[in-house]
Design a protein around this ligand. Structure first.
Ligand SMILES: *Cc1c(COP(=O)(O)O)cnc(C)c1O
Length: 390
């Protein structure tokens, strides 16, 4: 696809040129698991990640992220585990940011030691902490920004510069930002990973993962990917292609709504703290402004109460903002990290991670912003008297 096209246009058209055998304006679905080989040089097979339906999505994502090549997987975790184990060998060290996505943290905790792979977490998000965490064995630096659930911001360019000085491969989980809001490859990162289950899919109805990178690194990851076999079927590919066409449009509304809600929440006496990188008061705002086009649809806030009962009353009083896990869909979802994603941590560990009992994470959907505000207002009224706010 031509390089000078904007993201809105790429969402709709990138990958379209791969369809040559049909007059249709959308990609036909090819569910075949067997392909004739006499007239081609390439052996097509779903687990070889080379069917048309898979390729169209890779093409779109590469256009949107500014990468040379990529792979799509049957889940975000398949993308993350395949990528990490393709690059790491016994004796290597990985430096992670603190506060990793739960599934990734669990992967590291349960699979690294027995493979002889070493890991540490940067003490905080500063460049100095990453610099201090590098050892002669460090092969990979792996980060997430904005982070889950406190929306902390890491300086992508500073970390990539540091890594290049030491020939370290850089990986970022770009799920929270989406390719519309943030393109880490243009800021020096080597590998971008997405849980496509979230914004890329966008309708809370499918699960997939993606890797976008250089041709050379893709080849290296591909070697292991065909052995691990985490490929994606044609029908899900079709749904993803459909979803990606509206990605830019959806993100625009997610960004807009989240900023409106963050400003609304910030003024309420029932709210102690709002975490959203789009707020000027956010400690990472300046860096976010420099490296993101929009600040995303995820925000967290702390109720002015530490009572789990009051948090539950608040959640039960919402009309259509649904208490549910996951994120990135058209519908607004809310969850209490203390009782869901971080429930297995001890109270002390939760406190250290900044997860209070009154913390709520909101995945802001594409509904009308005023309707969302009204829904929240009703829920705040249900707890105002109890928590001593007029
Ligand atoms: C959900 C998520 C993942 C894992 O993706 P799955 O599709 O559930 O395997 C990884 N990273 C982040 C930031 C996520 O939110």
């Amino acid at each position: 696809m031509e390089e000078n096209l904007s993201q809105e246009t790429l969402c709709v058209h990138a990958g379209g040129e791969l369809i040559t055998s049909s007059q249709s304006v959308v990609t036909p679905v090819f569910p075949a698991s067997s392909y004739k080989y006499r007239e081609t040089t390439e052996n097509t097979y779903p687990r070889y990640f080379n069917t048309i339906n898979q390729k169209v999505i890779v093409e779109k994502l590469c256009a949107l992220e500014g990468g040379q090549d990529g792979l799509i997987f049957s889940s975000g975790m398949a993308a993350i585990s395949t990528t990490l184990f393709a690059l790491l060998q016994q004796g290597d060290h990985v430096l992670f940011c603190k506060g990793l996505y739960g599934g990734t943290y669990h992967l590291v905790m349960s699979e690294f030691e027995k493979r002889g792979i070493y890991y540490t977490f940067a003490a905080d998000n500063s460049e100095e902490s990453f610099s201090a965490g590098i050892t002669p064995k460090t092969k990979v630096i792996y980060i997430e920004t904005p982070s889950n659930p406190l929306l902390e911001i890491l300086d992508i360019q500073a970390i990539s510069r540091l890594a290049k000085q030491h020939q370290i491969i850089t990986i970022i989980d770009n799920t929270f930002a989406s390719p519309i809001n943030q393109n880490p490859i243009s800021l020096g990162f080597d590998i971008v990973i997405h849980s496509g289950t979230k914004y890329l899919g966008g309708h809370s109805d499918l699960c997939f993962g993606a890797v976008v990178t250089s041709t050379a690194l893709k080849e290296q990851i591909y070697e292991l990917a065909i052995n691990y076999g985490g490929s994606l079927n044609a029908f899900d590919c079709y749904l993803i292609e459909r979803s990606l066409k509206t990605l830019a449009l959806r993100m625009e509304r997610h960004n807009e709504n989240a900023l409106i809600l963050a400003n609304f929440l910030q003024q309420l006496p029932e709210v102690q703290e709002v975490y959203y990188p789009g707020l000027i008061s956010h400690p990472g705002h300046e860096i976010a402004k420099a490296q993101m086009r929009g600040f995303g649809g995820m925000l967290s806030f702390e109720l002015a109460t530490q009572s789990l009962t009051q948090t539950d009353v608040f959640l039960d009083s919402l009309r259509f903002i649904q208490p549910a896990m996951s994120l990135g869909g058209v519908e607004s979802l809310i969850c209490s990290p203390a009782t869901t994603s971080h429930v297995k941590l001890s109270p002390q560990e939760r406190q250290e991670a900044g997860i209070s009992d009154g913390l709520l994470r909101l995945s802001v959907g594409i509904e009308n912003a005023q309707d969302l505000i009204n829904d929240l207002k009703t829920a705040f009224r249900s707890i105002s008297a109890t928590i001593g706010v007029k």
